[in-house]
Design a protein around this ligand. Structure first.
Ligand SMILES: Cc1ncc(COP(=O)(O)O)c(C=O)c1O
Length: 368
């Protein structure tokens, strides 16, 4: 069998070629490219998919976090709690609001923050917590909000997942998504979304994405030029009805790995309580993960450690030193590895990955 790619974004779109082409031509013929009917329709379709009252399209998932936090009232002097084991943008989006990022730890089995990891870093200046649904798992948002602090769910990697209390996008005070092309729901360029059931937050986000203005005549605040465009919205509208099917495919791929007994070799990602993750990345861990990586590499199997250096150790984060131990973060950073995952990963491919991981393996449960 040939190698297995780390992800496959092309095959799932193959049956949608005609519809995608029609959507692009429809926008071209309409002559409306910014904030028109496609964005409006996609906002409403995406909000109802998530189970939120409103959705606000923005230019990307990073802007979505900055704008959502500002719309939630975060500003200079405030603190925002955020994990360090995440994509850099989850944290990078905080300082532009004027607030300070405060790092918290994660559960290294689910890769998500928990009430226990958030609690020690809460203080009188905490204005919000950014809970990341990392790798398509679903953070325990309701439990964290029960600590008495509003949660912004960074659901960039989790479109299509289901949590115990509903879908990502409807679990906290607000949520943000990225439609970066490799995401579970990917555009043909950059795109992002804010969802919320708080009308005031939605209204504020709409104003902020449009230069802090309602009408481009009078300006109420310093905002952004950050909009989802009509072409991307039209393309995403074609894909949205297929998201559940693709998420199910990701779940199936995870069970193929389990059935091929990958869990005998490495630790498998653990869904949070009651959740059905939509594995954006399938991330395993092991104390000797480099040995696993070398074996997969040699067999032509796509694999990658995404966050070997956690965000708090990246040079621009120097001003914001963690105030607590980040043991789970350090462990995950050291030991994680993403292996092939896509909605169309087959049982044979999963078995091939597991066979390659097992081949000549001197690692075993005993050494983990
Ligand atoms: C967890 C997380 N947050 C935020 C982002 C930022 O999204 P974007 O690349 O659309 O700005 C991404 C993805 O890139 C992400 O994975």
């Amino acid at each position: 069998m040939p190698g297995v790619p780390l992800f496959d974004t092309a095959t799932p779109l193959e049956p949608l070629r005609e519809q995608l082409r029609d959507a692009v031509l429809r926008v071209m013929d309409s002559g409306r490219f910014i904030l028109g009917p496609e964005v409006e329709a996609f906002e409403s379709e995406f909000a109802s998919y998530c189970g939120a009252d409103q959705a606000v399209g923005v230019a990307n998932g990073t802007d979505a976090i900055t704008i959502a936090l500002r719309a939630m009232g975060v500003g200079p002097g405030d603190e925002v709690v955020v994990p360090s084991f995440t994509f850099y943008a989850s944290v990078e989006a905080i300082p532009p609001t004027g607030a300070t990022p405060v790092f918290c730890d994660i559960d290294p089995h689910t890769y998500c923050i928990t009430p226990e990891t958030v609690k020690p870093v809460l203080g009188p200046r905490t204005k919000a917590v950014v809970a990341v649904d990392l790798f398509g798992n679903v953070a325990p948002v309701a439990e964290i909000e029960a600590l008495g602090v509003p949660v912004l769910e960074d659901a960039a990697q989790a479109a299509g997942a289901r949590g115990r209390d509903g879908r990502p996008g409807a679990l906290g005070t607000a949520a943000t998504f990225s439609f970066f092309p490799s995401k579970n729901l990917g555009a043909f360029g950059d795109g992002g979304m804010i969802t919320t059931s708080d009308a005031a937050i939605a209204e504020q986000a709409r104003t902020l994405r449009f230069h802090g203005s309602h009408d481009k005549v009078s300006y109420e605040q310093i905002g952004y030029n950050s909009r989802l465009d009509e072409l991307q919205a039209a393309i995403l509208r074609v894909q949205l009805p297929h998201l559940d099917g693709w998420a199910a495919g990701r779940g199936r791929a995870g069970s193929y790995y389990e059935q091929a007994r990958l869990g005998e070799l490495v630790d498998l990602p653990r869904p949070t309580a009651g959740s059905e993750p939509a594995w954006h990345l399938y991330v395993v861990s092991h104390r000797q993960i480099e040995a696993v990586r070398e074996r997969l590499d040699a067999a032509g199997i796509g694999c990658r450690a995404y966050y070997r250096t956690p965000v708090h150790l990246q040079p621009p984060m120097r001003p914001w030193r963690p105030s607590v131990d980040l043991k789970g973060t350090e462990q995950a950073a050291r030991e994680h590895l993403a292996i092939p995952m896509s909605p169309v990963l087959t049982r044979e491919q999963a078995e091939h990955v597991v066979a390659a991981a097992r081949a000549g393996a001197r690692i075993s449960r005993a050494t983990r």
